[in-house]
Write a protein that binds this ligand. Structure first.
Ligand code: AMP
Length: 417
């Protein structure tokens, strides 16, 4: 759509809103943002889609939070319910101020290295990639299809979790596996949490008062899923997740790195099927597998009460984290900042402290006082004069999706109303 003068009797409206949709297998999370000032106009979620008692929570920026329980049969019904909630606040998706939908899409495979306006060909390619992310991609596709049916005239932009990592050199992304076999099945490191690593590394540069091109940053995204990345001059050069989000750090329920031969052993000696091992490593491993809890708050509480299993789980988590900080220090050569983000990274001072303990020789340390101050703004937690800054930067994946969506389609969105 091209910017143009208003026709007679109409008024030119610049569309500046982006509706960000994160469609999971049984939930849709959404945020409506105004990209003039990156403000949130409304946020919410629909969960337990397909069950008898689905739950809708809607929070407008200017108004009361609304919550109700009712049956929402499928994603189409969920999006209609979201549209109705937005309409009640005068923020309906039929508004000429809505510029685009921005969709979180988990896997972009080897092809999608940038945010992409979805047409039939793009949708077909995302569908081809379903085997790479069978749990997530089908829901992402349903979200796009449903939004497209509601506003066929608006751009639907796919923002891929893998895209930020597309700048990795082949020496980092290629596994040392027979090349023809690997290429035949798109087997390589892709990396995930890309919108978070992109946002957080950029905000960290801002915090240092530098342009992203001038700084080398290690980003530690520690949520229920967890990943590390090495970002050199604004470009990702290595990341810990791989073909799927299973590789790398110890996570809430995922093992992270293991010897792949564990899988053959469990199949041959343990008689487990591939699906059983998949479920074991993705759902019953990590912190949960080690001590029965995946929430770092609960693990800390148990450690304080003298629980040995919780202590060991914490120590294994930290040991892995420290190994990645060391590895990415070597990959980057010069590190300007180590940045913690996501639920654990932003909130668990003990994790930050333990992860950098003993790394003074690398110039990496936290100041005990600064590290324990609770705050929700980007901040430095290292001592003054440290060679490497240690920072906490709250992530904002929805804002990053909206930003990338608007950067792609925003300029031309002046329409007659
Ligand atoms: P996320 O996936 O980014 O939403 O992170 C979720 C995880 O963050 C939870 O499973 C907790 O382990 C962790 N978390 C959230 N709040 C805190 C807190 N105050 N202290 C420690 N860990 C926290």
């Amino acid at each position: 759509m091209t910017a143009h003068a208003p026709s007679e009797g109409t008024q030119a409206v610049t569309a500046t809103r982006v509706l960000v949709l994160n469609s999971g297998s049984s939930s849709v999370k959404y945020q409506l943002l105004d990209m003039r000032d990156s403000s949130r106009l409304a946020t919410g979620l629909v969960e337990r889609i397909g069950e008898r008692a689905s739950r809708l929570v809607h929070t407008p920026a200017h108004g009361e939070r609304r919550e109700r329980t009712e049956q929402v049969a499928d994603h189409a019904a969920a999006l209609k319910a979201v549209a109705e909630e937005l309409r009640q606040d005068g923020l309906g998706i039929e508004s000429p101020e809505l510029a685009a939908f921005g969709h979180r899409v988990v896997h972009g495979g080897p092809k999608f290295t940038e945010p992409t306006v979805v047409d039939d060909d793009v949708l077909a390619e995302i569908e081809r990639l379903v085997p790479l992310a069978p749990l997530h991609s089908p829901a992402n596709i349903t979200g796009i299809r449903t939004a497209r049916a509601l506003r066929p005239d608006l751009p639907q932009v796919a923002v891929f979790d893998t895209a930020f990592h597309a700048t990795m050199p082949e020496s980092a992304y290629r596994y040392a596996v027979d090349v023809r076999t690997a290429d035949a099945y798109d087997v390589r490191r892709y990396g995930f949490h890309g919108t978070s690593h992109a946002y957080v590394s950029r905000r960290a540069a801002e915090l240092l008062g530098k342009d992203p091109s001038e700084v080398n940053v290690i980003v530690l995204h520690l949520g229920n899923g967890a990943s590390a990345s090495a970002v050199a001059g604004g470009r990702c050069v290595d990341t810990s997740m791989g073909l799927t989000p299973l590789e790398g750090l110890v996570m809430g329920t995922r093992s992270g790195d293991i010897d792949p031969a564990v899988i053959f052993h469990l199949a041959r000696v343990g008689g487990m099927s591939v699906d059983e091992i998949d479920e074991l490593l993705n759902k019953r491993s990590g912190l949960t597998g080690l001590c029965g809890d995946n929430d770092m708050r609960e693990i800390r509480r148990r450690i304080d009460a003298g629980d040995a299993a919780a202590r060991l789980a914490f120590d294994i988590y930290i040991h892995r984290l420290k190994k990645y900080i060391g590895a990415y220090t070597a990959v980057l050569g010069r590190v300007d900042a180590v940045v913690f983000t996501a639920g654990v990274g932003e909130n668990a001072a003990e994790v930050r402290e333990a992860a950098v303990a003993g790394l003074d020789t690398l110039g990496i340390a936290v100041d005990a006082g600064r590290n324990t101050v609770r705050s929700d703004v980007p901040r430095l937690v290292s001592p003054d004069g440290s060679r490497v800054a240690v920072a906490v930067v709250p992530t904002d994946e929805e804002l990053e999706i909206a930003r990338q969506t608007f950067a792609l389609v925003g300029e031309d969105r002046t329409v007659d109303a």
